[in-house]
Design a protein around this ligand. Sequence first.
Ligand code: SF4
Length: 255
Amino acid sequence: MAKRKNAKPSKLVPGKGVERRVKPWNEAEIGEAFSRFQKANPAPKGELLHKDAFTLLVAVVLSAQATDAGVNKATPALFEAADTPAKMASLGEAKIRDYIKTIGLYRTKAKNVLALSEKLLAEFGGKVPDNHEALESLPGVGRKTANVVMNIAFGEPTIAVDTHIFRVSNRTGLAPGKNVLEVELGLLKRVPERFKLHAHHWLILHGRYTCIARKPLCPVCVVRDLCRFKDKTKELPPEKPKAVTKSSKMKISKR
Ligand code: SF4
């Protein structure tokens, strides 16, 4: 993969339970793990509601340091009012802010959504560009957002590393690394091509619903026998777990 500008290591550092590097999985273990993710969930999807590349871009920008569920509460009304760069630019900052005020950092995000819409109109013919460099030139869009948009909207086999993927990669032995960039590059090198397109979603869903930060649901984990995490849980929490890896029973926007 070509090295891109702006490729700065994120400040995300290994958290609880991933302080020690584990022995990386070998090729056979990686293939086996992804075969199981694929069997459990053959067509994984992201959880951010969107209609097209533009609304996806806006949703991903809004999701920084916020949950997808929180973003999904605000975006239907926002996209009803403005689902194109031109409509978003006409809406203006104050109204955008009003629609997204339940989302953290909404003031900055409203500025960015307006500015990126204006830039799309001025420099990209009102279309979301399909390359990393152009995407990362947009206000509020960094490496992770560009990776998500390239993967979901344009089908590029990129892997955007968020807190869930970072944790899963370190705990299991899939792609141990001390920062987000190291993990991302490790994943791109180690995940077999046939699994790369969906790897991002499989790993996010696994981290979000099974390999959760505190008390992962190891007893129902499909890669339990392969996983190198030394503090695996032996029992499920008393309350019913939300889901296991096949957990995409959620509202999913159609692309
Ligand atoms: S066994 Fe536990 S720690 Fe390992 S991947 Fe599964 S849920 Fe995570």
